[in-house]
Structures are given as structure tokens and as C-alpha cells.
Ligand binder design. Structure first.
Ligand SMILES: NC(=O)C1=CN([C@@H]2O[C@H](COP(=O)(O)OP(=O)(O)OC[C@H]3O[C@@H](n4cnc5c(N)ncnc54)[C@H](O)[C@@H]3O)[C@@H](O)[C@H]2O)C=CC1
Ligand SMILES: O=C(O)[C@H]1O[C@H](OP(=O)(O)OP(=O)(O)OC[C@H]2O[C@@H](n3ccc(=O)[nH]c3=O)[C@H](O)[C@@H]2O)[C@H](O)[C@@H](O)[C@@H]1O
Length: 465
């Protein structure tokens, strides 16, 4: 096993940034360079004001402060970093394809291929190339084929090392990972490369949490882990609809089933629907792969997780409309939260986007307050859907930085993200500011029905009649 001194990571996003910061902190003898083609993102990673880091994660700014400029570097000099590194992580985005074959399901691998071609072009010495991005099964084969055909005699070992961190808890997830998965060739040099990557993680994680597999198992396990997690959320959300029709309470059901050690208590919180950049993308990708092998029953089974999630978002929006006397036209509805979960500024696939879109179709006036998401991001999310013109989105939806001002004269509040601060608001003062009857639609189940009703609210909580 070779002890390496220089690594590079292509892609300074939600995975590349935090992962490399944690490696730099725990491996002071290794120089870690994170590269990106997005100059603005790199400038923000290098900004003196650490509040402006492009990724908000609890604990991240402290690690960046400690390591940046010491053994952690952010730069757009991609070729130089590739040339100097002994190990290169590819951590670029792999979104769902929006064109051509597999449109709407398959992962778009153009950024991965560009990275592979760039490494092939630049590399003058042997490299270990690590797939950190989430990739369809057998992608390593394509990457290997591109790298092995450079004709320069440079040797590449390809490893799959998918990331399991969740946003909002990224630093903690990295420091205390349940497991690290490393897939590689079952050859002597493949084993050596796997051991070198294991050695990096062993700086802070117990050896028994580092699992080595073949490349294909590793690639597939990542998609399957996300599919199983999302499936739990869709399963409990399906039950939330049933609870609302009966006198059952979804929290009591979650608790009761979660006590069974075979089921376990995690990931059973009913919500307005899961969001995030990966659950939907990775399940769609799994569905596409299954279909491509003619496994239609397998594909249909997993697709149902997405169908249920779409139903949950639609159901929430429909309930707001029907409860507000079947019309929200010109009614002010205040959204508390836009991020797809608390403690992140990421909004990709957030349920808030789709609920807002449905209400805007009914000509509602929406006012959004989120403690970490910018106005620019919120408008970009809506414009991306293409449902109406950017001008109309800006006319119908406003972003306000003060939660009290946001709910002033509102007919209803919709809680879209479970930010802790929402629980501690002065809900009596909020009630006073709103039009009556004052409605609250709690898509995250963070408030107490009895207390809200006692204040005078008409309070609706997902999964409770
Ligand atoms: N966001 C998350 O929580 C997790 C994401 N993943 C996976 O990790 C991968 C990356 O995800 P994120 O970090 O969220 O994406 P991201 O979109 O935040 O970051 C990707 C970065 O790669 C850069 N990039 C694209 N092509 C490039 C190129 N040729 N050269 C240099 N830079 C390039 C982009 O400019 C962007 O800044 C995806 O495959 C995702 O599925 C895996 C686990 C968790
Ligand atoms: O591949 C990825 O990108 C990552 O996807 C998820 O992480 P993330 O999407 O960041 O966040 P989660 O905590 O999984 O939440 C996803 C969504 O499900 C929702 N959720 C989660 C749990 C729950 O019980 N109920 C629920 O509605 C959250 O609010 C959020 O909208 C996985 O948890 C990570 O292991 C994985 O690495």
C-alpha cells in the first residue's frame, strides 16, 4: 500500500467541498486541492468571510478556517491539480438527463466523461481515479476505457467510493461514517489502490467500517441505499394519508412500528415529501437501469416510491386550496422554509418548489421566508420549472427576510422546512398579524396541535385528522 501525499478532487460542490475539508483536517500530511470550473464557487470557497462559503453545513466553516491555505486549497487550475495529484476524486454533478435517450430517468454522465477525458489528456504519471459521484452501475468501465486509450502508457486504477453523507449533517456524517464503501478491481494493483484509499479513511475511522467490494457492487449499493431510504419516507407518507382519514396519528404509528428492532425508528418522519438532489435522481436511474435489462416489474416497483412522493406534494397543495374555501386566488400564503430539509441552503427538488408552483397556478400570492436560502435561488428554482414567465413568478411570489413581516396579513402559513427556529416563534404574535380565520398547514409536523388550536389557529398537520 502506497502512502500518498497529494490528492485532488474535481467538483467543489456539496460533496467535494465538505468531504475534502474533512480529509484535509484528518490527514495533515496530505495536500488536498479541490478544483472546479465554476469561478464564482471557487471564489466563495476562498472568501475571507467564511459566512459566504457556497455550502452551508454546521461545523464546516470551522474546518475550512483551520485547514484552508495549510493543506486544503480551492482553485480553478484543474489541469495543474490533476497533473500533480497521485489520487483524483471525481465529485461532479450527475443530474437526470433532460434530453435524448433516457430523458427524465437516466443519469447524465457528460460531466463525468469530460473529467475522464481531461485526466487522460493531462496525466503524465500513474493515477488512482476515485468515483465519488453517484453513478449508474458499470460506469467505471466507461471511465476506464477512456483512460486506458490515451496511448501514453500511464496506468490508471479506477475505484468506486460513493458518498453517503446527508446534507445538514455532512460534517458529522463524514467524521462518524457508518461505513465507507470502496469498490475496485480484484487484481493485485486493484487491491493496492483500494488499500491506499482505505488508509486515508483509517486516519479517523475504525478499519472495520471500511468495506471493500468489487466495483459493480459498490456502484449499485449507492443507488440501492438511497432507494431504500426514500422508500421508507414514501411508505410512511402513504400511511399519513390514511391517518388523516381516520383517527390514527402518523407519529404514533411511526413510533409503534419503529420500536420493532427489525424495522428501526429512523427515516419514519412523515412530511410534505422528500426532496434533495439525489433521492429522486437515483431512483429514476435505478428504474432506468432495471428497464434497460428488461426487468419491468423491478422498475415499476421502485418507480412507485416517486409516484407516492409526487402524490404527497400534490395532496398538500390541494388541501391548502380546498381548506381555503376552494380558492387561493389573490390570497397571501406565507411559506416558512424553502430548503429541502433543515440546516442546508440546498433547495434542489425541494417540496416547497412544487407546492408553490401548484398554488401559483391558482393565482395565490406567495411570500417566502427561509433563514438560509437566497431570493436568487428561489426564483431560479421556479423559473427552471418553466410553468410561467420569470416576470410572472416575480409578480406572484416575494421573498422576505423577516418571518414576522412575511406572515403579516396572510391567510395561511405553510411550513415547508423543519428549521428549529420556527418552533420557537411567538405564535401568539403571528396569530395577531394574520387575517382570520388564520390557517397553518404544517408540512413538517413541528408544532403542537393543541397549542395551535388554543391560540385560535385553524391548524392542519400532515398525518393527523
Ligand atoms: N449532495 C449530496 O448530498 C450528495 C451527492 N452525491 C453525489 O455526488 C455528486 C456531486 O453532487 P453535489 O456535490 O451535490 O453536486 P454539486 O452540483 O453541488 O457540485 C458539483 C460541482 O462539479 C463542478 N463540475 C462539473 N463538471 C466539472 C468539470 N468538468 N470540471 C470541474 N468541475 C466540474 C460543478 O461546477 C459543481 O460545482 C453527484 O453525483 C451526487 O449524486 C452523493 C452523496 C451526497
Ligand atoms: O446521495 C445523497 O445525496 C444522499 O441522499 C440522502 O441525503 P439528503 O438528501 O442530503 O438528506 P436526507 O436526510 O436523506 O433527506 C432527504 C429528504 O427526505 C426527507 N425526509 C427524511 C427522513 C424522514 O424521515 N422524512 C423525510 O421526509 C427530508 O426532509 C429531505 O427532504 C441520504 O440520506 C444520504 O445518505 C445520501 O448520501
Amino acid at each position: 500500500m502506497k502512502k500518498i501525499k497529494k490528492i485532488c478532487c474535481i467538483g467543489a460542490g456539496y460533496v467535494g467541498g465538505p468531504t475534502m475539508a474533512v480529509i484535509a483536517k484528518n490527514c495533515p500530511e496530505i495536500d488536498v486541492t479541490v478544483v472546479d470550473i465554476n469561478q464564482k464557487r471557487i471564489d466563495l470557497w476562498n472568501h475571507n468571510n467564511l459566512d459566504l462559503l457556497p455550502v452551508y453545513e454546521p461545523g464546516l466553516r470551522e474546518i475550512v478556517k483551520e485547514t484552508r491555505g495549510g493543506n486544503l486549497f480551492f482553485t480553478t487550475e484543474v489541469d495543474k491539480a490533476i497533473d500533480e495529484a497521485e489520487m483524483i476524486f471525481i465529485s461532479v454533478n450527475t443530474p437526470t438527463k433532460t434530453y435524448g435517450k433516457g430523458k427524465g430517468q437516466a443519469a447524465d454522465l457528460k460531466f463525468i466523461e469530460l473529467c475522464a477525458r481531461n485526466i487522460a489528456k493531462v496525466a503524465k504519471t500513474d493515477k488512482i481515479v476515485v468515483e465519488k459521484s453517484t453513478l449508474p452501475v458499470r460506469t467505471a468501465e466507461a471511465v476506464k476505457s477512456i483512460l486506458d486509450n490515451t496511448g501514453k502508457g500511464v496506468k490508471f486504477e479506477i475505484l468506486s467510493n460513493p458518498e453517503f453523507l446527508a446534507e445538514g449533517t455532512a460534517v458529522d456524517d463524514l467524521l462518524n461514517a457508518d461505513r465507507v464503501l470502496i469498490g475496485g478491481d480484484e487484481t493485485k494493483s486493484g487491491q493496492e489502490a483500494k488499500d491506499t484509499l482505505s488508509w486515508i479513511y483509517e486516519h479517523w475511522l475504525p478499519k472495520e467500517r471500511i468495506l471493500q467490494t468489487n466495483v459493480w457492487s459498490s456502484e449499485l449499493s449507492k443507488l440501492v441505499a438511497n432507494a431504500f431510504l426514500a422508500q421508507r419516507v414514501s411508505s410512511i407518507n402513504s400511511i399519513s394519508a390514511l391517518c388523516e382519514k381516520t383517527d390514527a396519528n402518523v407519529a404514533e404509528v411511526s413510533k409503534a412500528i419503529g420500536f420493532d428492532s427489525r424495522i428501526g425508528s429512523k427515516f419514519l418522519n412523515s412530511s410534505v415529501g422528500f426532496g434533495g438532489s439525489c433521492f429522486q435522481k437515483d431512483i429514476l436511474n435505478l428504474v432506468y437501469i432495471a428497464k434497460s435489462y428488461g426487468l419491468n416489474e423491478v422498475a415499476n416497483y421502485w418507480e412507485q416510491v416517486i409516484i407516492m412522493n409526487d402524490y404527497q406534494k400534490r395532496r398538500f397543495a390541494d388541501n391548502i386550496i380546498s381548506t381555503l374555501y376552494n380558492t387561493v386566488s389573490d390570497k397571501k400564503i406565507c411559506f416558512y422554509g424553502w430548503a429541502f430539509k433543515k440546516d442546508t441552503n440546498d433547495t434542489r427538488e425541494s417540496a416547497a418548489i412544487y407546492v408553490a408552483d401548484a398554488l401559483l397556478e391558482e393565482k395565490a400570492q406567495i411570500v417566502v421566508y427561509d433563514p438560509k436560502v437566497s431570493e436568487e435561488t428561489i426564483y431560479a428554482d421556479l423559473d427552471y420549472l418553466g410553468t410561467r414567465s420569470p416576470e410572472e413568478n416575480r409578480k406572484l411570489l416575494k421573498v422576505i427576510n423577516d418571518p414576522m413581516e412575511a406572515c403579516n396579513d396572510a391567510h395561511a402559513i405553510a411550513i415547508m422546512t423543519e428549521w428549529d427556529e420556527f418552533k420557537n416563534y411567538d405564535w401568539i404574535a403571528i396569530f395577531e398579524l394574520m387575517l382570520k380565520p388564520a390557517f397553518v398547514f404544517d408540512g413538517r409536523r413541528i408544532l403542537t396541535k393543541e397549542k395551535m388550536n388554543a391560540i385560535g389557529f385553524k391548524y392542519y398537520k400532515i398525518g393527523q385528522s
